[in-house]
Structure formats: C-alpha cells, structure tokens
Design a protein around this ligand. Structure first.
Ligand SMILES: [Zn+2]
Ligand SMILES: [Zn+2]
Length: 163
C-alpha cells in the first residue's frame, strides 16, 4: 500500500493529501528556484501520484513558473508549476503537465512523518548559493545538474518502492 502524505501550508488555509510509493526525502535540489523556496539553500522534492491529490482551500493556491535561462527554454517559463499558498507563501507541491501523473510535494509542506533516507542525492549544485556548504555524507551522490536516476528508480533499486 502506498503511503498517504498529508500536507499543509503554515497558515492552514490549504491542506492536501496524496498517495506516494516513493516517500523518502532524499533529493536535495539547489536550483535557482528551489533555493529561493526557503530553508538551507535547497528544497527537498518528493514523488507522489498526481491522480490521488485532494486539496482543501484550492482558492488560496497560486502557481509560480520560473523563467529558465538555458535551453530548451531560453528565457521562457519552464514547465514546472510551483504551487504555493497565497496567504502565507508556503510552497506546497510541483506539477509539470509534461508528466501529468507525477506530483512532487515539497517535503517542507508534508506533516506526515517521512521515513529517514539511507543516503541522499544533491542536485543542481552548479546553481547553489556561494555560502551554502552541502552536507555530503558517505553514500551520498552529488551532481552539478540532474542525476541519471529518476526518483522511482532510486527507490526501486534500493528496495524502498512501496507497491
Ligand atoms: Zn497558508
Ligand atoms: Zn530545484
């Protein structure tokens, strides 16, 4: 049984639930948009099943699309839609219509206790702020841009995928 993730913003106007087979918060993204989401210079994005998303307070949710300088976007808006609460600014989840089945909750918005990952992946390090010193531990992987492995594959190859 996939895990049910319950999430919310800080002010409570928005709450949501979604099913996830891949609930380990292992992927730390230091990209130009995630690093502005708050926290320690990165955001942790999970993987969940978009079809199972239930939202309360949808009228308080707005979408931000970052302008991407590099190809293939070349200063156009990227496909990622970052959903956030208009009242308190909490980031909630990412959805990209190019991959309609996938929802990427920000681990920071999840209230359910998540499992502790055995190792982490640090990605988009080429975009990290100068002052940020990534805590790269034994077994962690680090990438200037994207890792080869999808979030699903990372879970499956470690026997952590919850069917
Ligand atoms: Zn809020
Ligand atoms: Zn990012």
């Amino acid at each position: 049984m996939p895990m049910t993730l319950e999430g919310s913003c800080r002010c409570g106007k928005v709450s949501y639930s979604v099913e996830s087979s891949a609930p380990f918060p292992y992927q730390l993204c230091y990209c130009s948009a995630c690093r502005k989401s708050g926290g320690a210079g990165y955001a942790i994005n999970l993987l969940a099943d978009a079809e199972t998303l239930k939202v309360e307070g949808r009228e308080h949710v707005a979408v931000y699309r970052a302008v991407i300088d590099t190809p293939p976007y070349n200063r156009a808006e990227g496909g990622c839609r970052r959903h956030f609460c208009t009242a308190c600014g909490s980031m909630l989840w990412i959805h990209d219509p190019a991959w309609p089945d996938l929802l990427h909750p920000f681990a920071s918005s999840v209230d359910t206790d998540l499992p502790v990952p055995p190792s982490r992946v640090h990605l988009m390090l080429e975009s990290k702020a100068l002052w940020v010193q990534p805590d790269i531990r034994d077994g962690d992987q680090a990438f200037e841009r994207y890792p080869e492995q999808s979030i699903e594959d990372w879970h499956r190859t470690r026997g952590l995928w919850i069917a």
